[in-house]
Design a protein around this ligand. Structure first.
Ligand code: XMP
Length: 513
């Protein structure tokens, strides 16, 4: 275990992810944690993250110097680097040489931290203050125009730090520097692999569940599928999964759950066909938030009914419910808008009192890329493991206007064409998400064949993103766009116009509703 202490910038999660990419398990703790609390976790090493403050700002989080006497290796990044320097008697000053973005680094002494790296590196910086003299016992390794000392190490105590951000992609050899700290300075070993994650979670789930029964809701998405597959691996037929088919998924996705997922895992699946109910409840509703509320309520009702049937027919008591909560949700919980809220609709927290379960959250410590790796390790179909994120309310919020069966069919057909073309172009993993939106209440004039048509436009909304909080529009090759446009207008009779959304988020959101 490596603890990443979060000094309040957005980098702590990224650092924790990079540490895990180095196959070393890491967790984040807030900077308000005391040294005793950090050490109680028995970390192999501690990483102090960057942060927005200056070490001299009154009230800025300081590092308790006791941390450095505990015999645990520590790596300071950016603010963490300066805080380490200051706590150990080095000097941090405002040199007037602020550096933001790409900066040239000169390596003087490579030491162990920078061993094997070139003498010049492009690194990503974001700092006002600089370390001007290293604490006693430290070797200064590198510098830039604005930061006389930009890296140091004290191998005797296992302490090291860098002024730049090794965790960001724009930094050359960033991952290598992080790994050299982890392996060569701190002596950590790369043991955090998908196979080990599976093994550990299986043991933990068995210990938690004993011989009780468990239910799990499947949404068609990656998280619930991987969570269910892990629980299935751990306790086999004590698990029953529920798939509420609301009829708002894309083409093939319901079958993917009902056939491919079941074939890959052997899970006991109960399909609850609620397509008619959902359509009836959504009739003539156009307001996006009302659509979401209705879908949320229908989902809970359906899930509850299915759960009651399972509970009623089971000899042993059903005590647990599986949820696919991920680590970023845990770290950010209570954080208003964002990841923690996004899945509220699948959060079956709205169940009545007589139907309450204890939670099993097997993905609670995992990042999305790890969830995918675990899914592959468990042998889930690649289509499912690499599926793009998809909103809980499904196609209902991609039909601008009221949802009807006919409109769903039109959108599904157009969406299937888009997905097939993007896959054929090999671009699935370059695009974060690709909503196709039907402007069902807008009509546009066209000529198809010999006649004038009065059909509907669709909007293509390919986006790139890291976490859905911000996004950019995806630059797709023109020939791909052309193929998509011509196939849709040729094959989907009701659509006579294909448009491309070229707005970033902000100011727009990813979905249209
Ligand atoms: P926006 O449109 O807000 O979307 O930029 C950000 C991410 O969240 C997804 N999204 C939802 N997911 N229920 C969900 O489970 C919802 O009501 C919902 N609305 C948006 C969206 O697909 C994108 O990934």
């Amino acid at each position: 275990l490596v603890i990443v202490v979060d000094y309040g910038a957005q980098y702590a999660q990224l650092i924790a992810r990079r540490v895990r990419e180095a196959k070393v398990y890491s967790e984040i703790m807030p900077h308000s944690a005391t040294v005793a609390e950090v050490l109680a976790r028995k970390p192999k090493a501690v990483i102090l993250s960057g942060g927005p403050a200056s070490v001299y700002t009154p009230g800025a989080p300081q590092v308790d110097a006791d941390l450095f006497d505990a015999g645990v290796p520590v790596f300071g990044i950016c603010y963490g680097f300066q805080a380490m320097a200051k706590a150990l008697g080095g000097e941090v000053a405002r040199t007037g040489g602020s550096e933001f973005g790409r900066t040239d680094l000169r390596v003087g002494d490579h030491g162990r931290l920078l061993a094997g790296l070139p003498d010049q590196l492009r690194v990503w910086m974001s700092h006002g203050d600089s370390v001007v003299s290293a604490p006693q016992g430290f070797a200064a390794l590198a510098g830039t125009d604005g930061a006389p000392i930009a890296a140091f190490e004290d191998l005797g105590r296992g302490l090291a730090g860098v002024q730049w951000h090794p965790e960001v992609l724009h930094t050359q050899a960033g991952q290598q520097v992080l790994e050299q700290f982890l392996y060569d300075v701190a002596g950590a070993r790369p043991t955090w692999t998908a196979a080990n994650i599976v093994e550990e979670s299986v043991a933990a789930i068995r210990a938690q569940v004993g011989d009780k029964r468990v239910i799990c809701g499947l949404s068609g998405g990656v998280d619930s599928a991987v969570a269910a597959a892990l629980v299935q691996r751990a306790i086999g037929d004590q698990l029953t999964c529920v798939f509420v088919d609301h009829g708002l998924l894309r083409r093939g996705e319901a079958q993917q759950v009902e056939k491919d997922f079941v074939a890959a895992t052997g899970v006991d699946l109960k399909v609850f066909d609620a397509r008619k109910q959902f359509l009836a409840a959504l009739a003539e509703v156009t307001d996006p938030e009302r659509k979401r509320k209705i879908i949320g309520k229908e989902f809970i009702d359906s899930f509850e009914q299915a759960a009651r049937e399972i509970v009623g027919s089971s000899e042993e008591s059903v005590e647990f419910l599986v949820q696919g909560t991920l680590y970023p949700d845990v770290v950010e919980s209570g954080g208003g808008e964002g990841a923690a809220n996004i899945k509220s609709h699948h959060n079956v927290g709205g169940l009545p009192d007589d139907l309450q379960f204890k939670l099993i959250e097997p993905l609670r410590t995992l990042f999305k890329d790890e969830v995918r790796a675990v899914g592959e390790e468990l042998g889930l179909p690649a289509d499912l493991v690499w599926r793009h994120p998809f909103p809980g309310p499904g196609l209902a919020i991609r039909i601008i206007g009221a949802v009807t069966q006919e409109r769903l069919d039109i959108l599904r057909e157009a969406d299937a064409i888009v997905r097939a073309e993007v896959t054929a172009a090999g671009l699935d993993r370059d695009i974060w998400q690709f909503p196709v939106v039907l402007l069902a209440d807008v009509r546009s004039v066209g000529v198809q064949g010999d006649g004038r048509t009065y059909g509907h436009p669709v909007v293509l909304r390919p986006v790139t993103s890291e976490d859905a909080m911000t996004a950019d529009w995806g630059r797709l090759p023109y020939d791909l766009l052309e193929r998509i446009s011509s196939k849709i207008t040729n094959q989907v009779r009701e659509i006579n116009r294909v448009t491309l959304d070229i707005t970033s988020k902000p100011p727009a959101t990813i979905e249209w509703e």
